[in-house]
Design a binder for this molecule. Structure first.
Ligand code: WT7
Length: 592
């Protein structure tokens, strides 16, 4: 292996961290292979569901609360580790009855309910692989992901709730599953509304608390896939990022401890949806591995009242709060004095993720929510990295934080900023953020396409992982994230490729060409603006613009509704015919 000299030290670090997890069989080698092919804790066997639940129940912590759940109407539920463990066992038994075996992919299309966490753990208890699809994705987007995974089983709920509206998820699944490989649709019933049932295919998940079943956790080798999570890149086809078991869990366990100092006493609240990587690593796996209590909330941040989140922090005595700059920017528009009336004395750590946090947002978070008594932990990472890469460490002898900087790489992470040739750039120079050594949380591949995995992440700069982000290092070596370097947008922390948006727009029969261009947005960070040319003979109308907006919602989901659609006579192109998006972007953002 061609690593810097301190390989021995780094391997020791990860071996020590991995030993915090319960292994059935110890590993033979800390790691093997290099770059995109590296595998961690080779030969070791474990089970993620066992590590998150059984260990705590066995240690006599079955009565401890695992999840405090709150719905939009203020409904509350409490699940202890013992109850969650029982639920996971019942779900695992049900999935087993439906034929799920080791290595099978199960798609989950679920709202933010404890059952979602339980289903993830039930799938992996059997050695299955979950593929969670964010429940804000449309039927078309869900279908694309179902087909890509080849899944035979999907789990959904009849409904979800957001901003007072009932979202009917089951009909979306019905539409998405048609003429795919889906054989069974498992439905968690929440409402009293009648559900349209397909007798041969649908199974209502009737969950009876009194049923005691035990499903033996499947022992899997460390590199056995734990989940697939689709994310966007520069092409129109989403990538199924695949994570392994032992390396990933070791990394999530370590990073949530280092960055947030989580422990059994923590009341931890991460506001991310389980449909994104944050919801995997730091809603489901991270807090449960540590036996912490978490708060889980369904619905919008400012509904039914603008202060619902602050009340939750106060009522549940949240000690670690982890959210996105987009949410903070929305709250910054509210009356500060009213927010500050809440009792935030319980808070110890504030986290941020998803987008660069502007220094003024950082300061507001620190002052108003943290009362200048909680470190603001800005965590830079990605779906592909599995866990935090660049982030302050809560319990480290306080390094000086700098508002707007994710500070320094975590232990074992070698990050750098390089130019096109892969050479480190001088301080304060913008360049590409790369990671110069594999880490245990790194994705193990793209589902069904190892070549693409290598090409996208490990080929641009030989020997290093390419993140797709711009960054600069200051003279103290602190990292400042400067947004994506590729054709990927970040709308309210949701990552989406311009190519994906463009292929959605082209589904509209009137559109000849399109350029999807990011524009800065005060709350969401970025939004998308579309420039389209129409096919010959088509006349522009407000109705047509509306339809083009709708096609994006239909093909992807409402979270990418374009801010504006401009119909133009022609798009600026290079001599070879490539649309010059940079030019449009510069023009839109007022620096053209
Ligand atoms: C992209 C990854 C990682 C969980 C949520 C998003 C941007 C993420 C930060 C941060 C600046 C950030 C990057 C990255 N990003 N966190 N703290 N500061 N930018 O995961 O959907 O895989 O998106 O989000 O551009 O590449 P994701």
């Amino acid at each position: 292996m061609n690593y810097p000299l301190d390989t021995v030290v780094v391997e020791k670090l990860w071996a020590k961290q991995a030993s915090n997890l319960p292994w059935y069989t110890p590993w033979e080698k800390v790691c093997d292979g290099s770059q995109e092919q590296i595998r961690w804790f080779v030969g070791g066997q474990l089970n993620a569901s066992y590590a998150c639940l059984d260990v705590h129940v066995k240690a006599g912590k079955g009565k401890k609360v695992a999840i405090y759940w709150q719905g939009e109407q203020g409904q509350r539920r409490k699940l202890t580790y013992g109850q969650l463990y029982a639920m996971v066992n019942r779900y695992a038994a049900l999935l087993q009855q439906q034929g799920v075996k080791k290595g099978d992919v199960v798609v989950l299309y679920l709202p933010m309910i404890p059952e979602a966490v339980a289903m993830m753990l039930a799938v992996v208890r059997l050695g299955g692989v979950h593929a969670v699809v964010f429940s804000g994705f449309s039927a078309a987007a869900l279908r694309e992901r179902i087909v890509a995974t080849g899944a035979k089983i999907i789990v959904t709920a009849d409904v979800g709730y957001r901003r007072g509206k009932t979202l009917h998820l089951k009909p979306i699944v019905d539409q998405a599953a048609e003429a795919t490989g889906i054989e069974k649709v498992l439905v968690i019933q929440r409402s009293q509304e009648a559900i349209q049932i397909n007798q041969e295919r649908d199974v209502i998940v009737s969950d009876c608390d009194d049923d005691e079943v035990y499903v033996e956790p499947e022992k899997v080798e460390s590199s056995h896939p734990l989940f697939i999570l689709y994310t966007s890149g520069t092409t129109g086809v989403p990538k199924g990022i695949m994570h392994g078991t032992g390396g990933y869990l070791t990394y999530v366990y370590s990073t949530i401890k280092w960055a947030f100092g989580i422990n059994e006493e923590s009341i931890y609240w991460c506001t991310a949806d389980i449909g994104w990587i944050t919801g995997h690593s730091y809603v489901t796996y991270g807090p449960l591995l540590h036996g912490a209590s978490m708060v889980m909330v369904e619905g919008a941040p400012d509904y039914p009242t603008p202060d619902v989140w602050w009340k939750i922090i106060q009522d549940y005595r949240v000690s670690i709060f982890y959210t996105s700059p987009t949410a903070l920017r929305m709250f910054m528009k509210q009356d500060e004095a009213q927010i500050a009336q809440h009792d935030f004395s319980c808070l110890k750590i504030l986290g941020s993720v998803g987008e660069p946090i502007n220094p003024e947002v950082w300061r507001w978070y620190d002052r108003v929510i943290g009362r200048q008594q909680c470190p603001v932990i800005d965590t830079w990472w990605q779906t592909e990295t599995g866990g935090f890469m660049i982030s302050p460490m809560a319990n480290q002898e306080r390094i000086t934080l700098k508002p707007g900087s994710a500070t320094l790489p975590l232990p074992g992470v070698i990050a750098d900023v390089v130019d096109e040739r892969g050479e480190s750039v001088p301080a304060n120079t913008k360049g590409f953020l790369v990671i110069k050594r594999p880490w245990p949380g790194m994705a193990i591949g793209i589902f069904g396409d190892q070549e693409r995995f290598k090409e996208i992440y490990w080929s641009k700069f030989p020997g290093a992982y390419y993140s797709g982000d711009y960054a600069r290092k200051d003279s103290d070596g602190y990292f400042w994230l400067l947004g994506r370097a590729d054709e990927v947008l970040n709308i309210a922390g949701h990552r989406i490729g311009t190519a994906e948006i463009e292929s959605a727009v082209l589904m509209h029969g009137a559109v000849a060409e399109v350029a999807a261009v990011p524009v800065a947005d005060q709350v969401k960070g970025e939004q998308v603006v579309l420039f389209v040319t129409l096919k010959d003979g088509i006349v522009q109308s407000p109705h047509l613009i509306q339809e083009i907006m709708l096609v994006v919602r239909k093909e992807i989901g409402a979270f990418v509704t374009p801010r504006e659609v401009f119909v133009v006579q022609q798009l600026p192109k290079t001599r070879s015919g490539k649309i010059m998006r940079r030019l449009l972007k510069a023009a839109l953002n007022g620096n053209g």
